[in-house]
Design a protein around this ligand. Structure first.
Ligand code: GLN
Length: 281
């Protein structure tokens, strides 16, 4: 006999706790909902409902993957960001709540009818959430990896956002040299290759190209800061996500390259997370 929903969840929580998951309740609920193809409220409404053989087997298979450390978002193939359902895959970073801070900060800087660039768009999370808020503006998302660009385009189409174009290439390379943007945003790789954080939890399964940068994690930030001076309209803004210990270093990079009004804003945990500067020639 198969367990009912309530018991299946309880057993799953024990299994995932023993495997060292930091969020066993949430993981178990999300995976079971994925198997049942139901919203979370269903679990509370039907605790006595018995799983079918197929559901029970499918749930066990997903739990085994989670037990081995695979991120829930890769198992279900989706993650919500800025209240938008996004498809995710192992060749993109899993969108994080902290990156919503970058979206908020960018929304304050985007003028009417603006042109906005998102570098290293991955799932498209930043470009698509901004586009959903600002139908008056045009957005460009660029990613190095063809699989990521294809996924961002798939997310764009599913969300029916007509004001976004997704391009594939390294940083600014797919753009024509005459293009200008009012705002440039990026959540680039910024982790140092020796950071112990890389061998723990979900990040172990994420693409290194999306996480790690040379030069104590600052190489890509430096490159984007320098190149953005060519592609920003006068008075345009550059906003970059970075590590919680990189605020001072990143502000220094902005200043040395001639940006003005440089500030750092904190994430929801109160840590430095996003720095921005104005390019006014
Ligand atoms: N914020 C992510 C982490 O620390 C990394 C994201 C990134 O490198 N852009 O896990």
């Amino acid at each position: 006999m198969n367990p009912a929903i309530e018991l299946a969840l309880k057993q799953a929580v024990t299994q995932l706790t023993n495997a060292g998951s930091a969020s066993p309740q949430l993981d178990a609920a999300v995976l079971l909902c994925h198997v049942l193809e139901k919203p979370r409220s269903y679990l509370l409404t039907w605790p006595e409902k018995e799983l079918t053989d197929a559901q029970s087997a499918a749930f066990s298979a997903l739990l085994a993957r989670r037990e081995s450390g695979e991120p829930v978002a890769y198992i279900t193939g989706e993650r919500e960001f800025w209240s938008l359902p996004l498809k995710v895959a192992p060749h993109t970073l899993i969108p994080r709540p902290d990156t919503e801070r970058l979206v908020e900060a960018a929304l304050e800087k985007i003028p009417a009818a603006a042109s906005v660039l998102d570098l290293g768009t991955g799932t498209g999370a930043i470009a698509l959430s901004l586009a959903s808020e600002r139908p008056d503006c045009q957005f460009t998302g660029i990613d190095l990896r063809p699989e990521a660009a294809a996924l961002a385009e798939e997310n764009r189409r599913a969300l029916q956002l007509q004001n976004v174009r997704i391009l594939c290439g390294s940083w600014f390379s797919p753009l024509s040299e005459t293009e200008r943007f009012d705002v440039i945003v990026s959540n680039p790789p910024y982790i140092d290759a020796n950071d112990p954080h890389l061998v723990r939890g979900d990040v172990r399964f994420e693409p290194r190209t999306a996480l790690v940068a040379e030069d104590a994690g600052l190489a890509d930030i430096r490159h984007i800061c320098a190149q953005s001076r060519t592609f920003l309209s006068p008075g345009g803004w550059l906003l970059l996500e970075h590590g919680y210990q990189q605020g001072e270093a990143v502000r220094g990079i902005f200043y040395n390259l001639g940006y003005q009004q440089v500030i750092t804003v904190q994430d929801y945990a109160g840590q430095d997370r996003v720095s921005l500067g104005c390019w006014s020639v």
